[in-house]
Design a protein around this ligand. Sequence first.
Ligand code: MN
Ligand code: MN
Length: 364
Amino acid sequence: MRPSLVVETRPTITQFFLAEQRKVPGATGEFTAVINHIRLACKRIGNAVGQGALAGSLGSAGTDNVQGEKQMRLDVLADEIFVATNEWGGHLAGLVSEERDEPYIIPDAYPRGRYLLVYDPLDGSSNIDVNVSVGSIFSVLRCPEGVSEPTAADFLQPGTKQVAAGYAIYGPTTMLVITLGHGTHGFTLDRAMGEFILTHPDMRIPEATREFAINTSNARFWEAPVRRYVDECVQGKSGPRGNDFNMRWIASLVAEVHRILVRGGLFMYPRDTKDPAKPGRLRLLYEANPMAMVIEQAGGLASTGRGRILEVDPTGLHQRVPVILGSREEVERIERYHRDHDAGIEPPRAPPLFQERSLFTTRS
Ligand code: MN
Ligand code: MN
């Protein structure tokens, strides 16, 4: 009798991308190489994150980034890993990072290629010291024809132009979730083999959900449509939705998006009135756009409330945008609330009972 061995035979990420590459006639493998280096950068960062206090890498770096946010030591380290792992491959012309004011042009020591890489090296880094999941987010664009030294303007492409996008999540398991525009696929790092294995092929977001995520401490700054939506969810069974809802808030975009991909839900960092100079919290090029592509390719929607995120025309490398993403039916509902509000249509008045029970109305 043959001994029963447990052998991992699901496709590795290399097999998966080679198979994808063979579907495209005339593909040179350049793009596959770009993805390979991103994958290696994520493994390196995952490893650094996993060492935590052992490697002395926790805590603040004592500096601010271009957006005036405190940099953690691991923000800086992860950014350096991204550059060092991706600059020499020969297939990129330049990089844009959350942690760098200006684009990083591939130095003369290496060949320059046809692609641009835009990334958030460590997302959710304020969670690092408390050991909550963090991640890396990336977006791959084509370098405009004939350009070998890209300037900021060459990176200002709408999200519909992304040729690939995804994220790594460093949680109880390290995963890489990626789309090339044909579905969204999840790979789990087998730590013993050091290889990502296809464990979540063609992820699909349920169309309906009863779970939402928003930072309620900003409620007083929200616009009316968002206030209305959350108010109705909070009223639960006795409100106009007729259902009880759950709320989640991790404050790590990667972790929120991953939860939504796996079991549905809605995530919002909407426009608010807190700082009129900032029309949202999340950055378009390296947070909102890649996540919007991942979500849409899994059957969900990603909106500013007033239009598709992927169609926003970027005007700055570090520009911010309102983000509402997740299960299709809920995103459509919030877009409708925005349309109604902008057209001056009042929501139906709730019976007094609901008003009294609402979070956002003062009790008399
Ligand atoms: Mn981030
Ligand atoms: Mn970051």
